[in-house]
Write a protein that binds this ligand. Structure first.
Ligand code: SF4
Length: 476
């Protein structure tokens, strides 16, 4: 496939390639599939799993002893205005009182969870996501963080990973400094695109200078890692506008970059109906944008971590990958493997022991259940041995791009070639396509297979036998 060529800055440092772009392969094999932030994926959770199952799972941790460190996720669902590309579970409102009510319930849930986990282990990881966590006022955030520190024991700032997603439109440089003092040491900014035309088309106007001021403030406040979220495939984007955005991103020099593919699914996500089909880039232009971003980021020294993520080689994420201890959870990639994930807030998903649990998805239901003094668990999954095996395998592929067959055989009572005989047959086709290599000891994803890692993982997804769900976006 012929792609538009955008000139590369010849003076940029040359980094070791960590991914290979093959337009023909991507065009041919890209298909709908899960992002594997969990296995089984959240669309397989069952309403038969509830509060009592969750209590049982936590009790199981106590019985077995040797509890793992904790990871906390808090969901703040509110946003001030809607971005048209949004596919998140959020509540768009200008009524700030709603946040005050929510905070009261969230604190109650945090307290109930802390009693369950009392004395078990300390928190090594905290993530505030949304929605827009910085929809909360300074005073509300102060109150929330103080409550967390009263109820849970936290690891020191040097060892813990405490992150918050911010919308640069909702904070000032002063507020960024305060977030650092409130205990956050990682920050992630939603940027999406620096181009004013694109920003207008998606109803997210955010002047470049203001975003840069927030990034500078984060550096000045000593955040350990500054991350930027971008999206390609948005209306009015072209390879040329993307080249300019990339130049600005590289100049801003974040430690991590997430580059997401915009999946246009207006039948599922109402805000997307405000996006004009005629303004969307063609598939060929989208591939050209992806190719350009990979080239530019590689030339600027960023390492491809996997599934939309790039990081500086010195960033903890890249180091964890090199050392084989990268982990993937509902917030994406993480350096803290093997934590039990306690999630609080409407629709939040936790992972404790061999279970997943998701909270009620509407505020009404979430408040009602908490009013009954129960945790608002609405659905979830109890993993079988087969689930745990496949989860381990998919995690390894997503995080390391390879899996040791022998290590799996030692950890689980299986003979790989027998247990996965049908999967190996399907993998043989991916091997012929050049996506993977299958040896006696290792299953490895090639450089050009890395962008199609979901295709490889999908081979091992037992629940996909009936085909990918309509809710899944395309790989590229
Ligand atoms: S993209 Fe983020 S800020 Fe925009 S509406 Fe969705 S959750 Fe809110």
């Amino acid at each position: 496939m012929l792609l538009k060529q955008i000139p590369i800055n010849a003076s940029a440092p040359v980094a070791q390639p960590s991914v290979e772009f093959d337009a023909d392969l991507l065009g041919r094999l890209s298909r709908s599939g899960p992002r594997y932030t969990s296995y089984p994926t959240a669309d397989r959770f069952s309403g038969e799993y509830g509060y009592r199952d969750y209590l049982h799972a936590v009790a199981g941790l106590r019985t077995r002893g040797g509890a793992k460190p904790l990871s906390l996720y808090l969901h703040i669902p509110f946003c001030d205005t809607v971005c048209y590309y949004c596919a998140c579970n959020k509540i768009v409102t200008k009524n700030r009182e709603k946040a005050a009510t929510y905070l009261g319930y969230l604190k109650r849930e945090i307290e109930m969870q802390s009693l369950l986990f009392a004395g078990m282990n300390e928190v090594e990881q905290l993530h505030l996501g949304g929605g827009t966590p910085t929809y909360l006022s300074d005073a509300q955030m102060e109150d929330l963080m103080a409550h967390l520190h009263r109820t849970f024991r936290f690891a020191q700032d040097e060892t813990g990973e405490y992150s918050i997603e911010i919308d640069p439109r909702t904070v000032t440089p002063e507020r960024v400094a305060r977030l650092r003092r409130q205990g956050f040491n990682r920050i992630s900014l939603g940027v999406q695109d620096f181009d004013p035309q694109v920003q207008q088309a998606v109803n997210r106007v955010q002047p470049e200078l203001e975003t840069r001021a927030i990034i500078d403030a984060a550096r000045a406040a000593n955040f350990r890692s500054v991350s930027i979220d971008l999206i390609y495939g948005l209306p009015r984007q072209t390879p040329e506008t993307m080249a300019q955005t990339m130049e600005k991103v590289i100049e801003a020099s974040p430690d991590r970059i997430a580059l997401y593919h915009y999946a246009h699914m207006p039948h599922l996500f109402k805000p997307q109906r405000r996006i004009l089909d005629a303004e969307l880039p063609s598939s060929q232009d989208k591939l050209a944008m992806l190719s350009l971003c990979i080239e530019r980021l590689g030339a600027a020294g960023y390492v491809y971590i996997g599934m939309d993520h790039f990081a500086r080689p010195t960033d903890d994420l890249a180091v964890a990958q090199q050392q084989g201890r990268l982990h993937r959870n509902f917030q994406g990639y993480s350096t803290h493997a093997d934590c039990d994930l306690v999630a609080c807030g409407v629709s939040a998903i936790g992972a404790v022991g061999s279970t997943y649990s998701q909270n009620a998805k509407t505020l009404e239901e979430y408040y009602d259940i908490l009013d009954r003094n129960e945790l608002p668990v609405a659905r979830g999954a109890r993993l079988t041995m087969d689930d745990v095996l496949r989860r381990t395998l998919i995690q390894k592929l997503m995080c390391q791009f390879e899996v040791s067959i022998r290590a799996l055989e030692q950890a689980f009572p299986i003979v790989f070639a027998d247990y996965f005989a049908p999967e190996l047959e399907r993998l043989a086709q991916l091997e012929r396509d050049g996506l993977v290599t299958i040896g006696a000891d290792w299953l490895s994803v090639t450089m050009k297979g890395r962008l199609l890692i979901r295709n490889v993982c999908m081979v091992f997804d037992r629940y996909l036998a009936g085909g990918a769900s309509a809710r899944h976006s395309k790989t590229v």
